[in-house]
Design a protein around this ligand. Structure first.
Ligand SMILES: [Zn+2]
Ligand SMILES: [Zn+2]
Length: 108
């Protein structure tokens, strides 16, 4: 009987140890979920920040505008409609053929 009790006592700590594993996995999972939520919040805040900065440099379809200088006087601004002289500083989307003059790009 004594021997049985001893073996049971020896088994108990082992059982305790193995029962810790699900807790550890649960803890790690919780941590990962929290990290995921935190990063999602951070990305949302960062994205919102980026949107504020980008509104001046994107076309109505959301493409990034490329800075360029007009090679000929056939260009005009799609925002204010001003015709642009040759060599005017402009920001344009070549996908949509949408251009914005320097004045409209720099004013809010
Ligand atoms: Zn303009
Ligand atoms: Zn575009």
């Amino acid at each position: 009987m004594e021997g049985d009790a001893e073996s049971q006592a020896a088994v108990l700590p082992a059982q305790k140890k193995s029962s810790l594993l699900p807790w550890m996995i649960g803890g790690v999972a919780c941590l990962l979920i929290l990290l995921g939520i935190a990063s999602a919040i951070a990305v949302t805040i960062f994205k919102a920040d980026m949107d504020v900065v980008d509104t001046a440099t994107i076309c109505p379809d959301g493409h990034h505008l490329a800075e360029f200088w007009t090679p000929d006087p056939s260009y005009f601004c799609n925002v204010c409609g001003d015709p642009q002289r040759r060599g005017a500083h402009m920001f344009g989307c070549r996908k949509c053929n949408w251009d914005k003059c320097e004045k409209c790009a720099t004013s809010p």
